[in-house]
Design a protein. Sequence first.
Length: 298
Amino acid sequence: MLKKICVCLLLFAFTQVKAQELNCSVTVNADQISVSNNQIFKTLENSLTELINQTQWTNINFKEHERIKCAFTIIITDQSEANSFQGTVQVQASRPVFKSNYYTPILNHKDDSFTFNYREFQPLNYNPNGFESNLISVVSYYSYMMIGMYLDTFSLKGGEKQLQTALTIANQAQQSGATGWSNTRRGVTRFTLVDQMIALDNEPLRKIIYSYHYDCMDIFERNQKAAATKLSNLLVTLKGIYNSNPNSIVLRSFMDAKSDEIVNIYRKNRGVNTTELVSVLKRIASNNSKKWRQIYSN
């Protein structure tokens, strides 16, 4: 009951004190290309930091200490023209755990289809009514994804509005012809990631993700063994999600963000029987098999 009251007060506080939602660190690395003016990338880094951290993305008002910790890491791999670049963007976000100093990851996603045009000192502003540039659309899309996924951990489908906005950005950007936005059955695009996340048949997984954070992680400070046991029972139910859709992009994204955390939890809580859990994890996220072997059953 105390946690529920505190979360309600937290959500109430979001509406009372105006502050931006994101506390983001931006890194732009251009070491892989040779250019005459490296200062352009530092200018871009500063401009993106300002865009992300100073834009009011929603009508939810966060206190300064409640802003979502996140990071954009842009690696530029090619320059096709004077102002045209391509590379990758790694997006990470985390969420505080109740009554602790620990932050649990909610997103750790690498986007390999990032192209953009940029002139030094050009203004970067988000326009909710239409497509401005691929650079702004990619950054805005992931900003809404992070906010939506963050709010989903505090209430069931709590970030629906923000995820719908991310989908709108993806739909608008598709018209530009830029890479990474297409609706395809092969691979992960920005469109398919958010489209699958808010799909009706993905609701069971969103419920599990919410329960992972609110019902399991948020009680760790009170009773680690009880929380680890509860979390193990919850994660085992992912087997049903996988059996229904073994190619689920959202499940893959969730496991990519959580794999290290899950291993650390059960390495520290050896009294929890993890036999079934490890079997399920090896099945639903076989790419992390080496990590799962670090979890031992007792």
